[in-house]
Design a protein around this ligand. Structure first.
Ligand code: SF4
Length: 51
């Protein structure tokens, strides 16, 4: 289990100083399925746009 998640998505409401403050995150394969061919095919579905 990851204790610290480093993130570069500055406009997410869970983002704070390059760290994720969410209790847990969900990461899925971009486009569906359960295998990613490269980094850009993974994405965080816990993202919530900061208003
Ligand atoms: S929820 Fe996802 S996008 Fe938002 S700060 Fe955490 S890791 Fe980054």
């Amino acid at each position: 289990m990851a204790r610290d998640v480093v993130c570069s998505v500055r406009n997410c409401k869970f983002w704070e100083g390059h760290r994720c403050t969410a209790d847990a995150i969900q990461v899925s394969v971009d486009g569906g399925g359960d295998e990613a061919g490269y980094i850009a095919k993974t994405n965080c579905h816990t993202f919530a746009k900061q208003l």
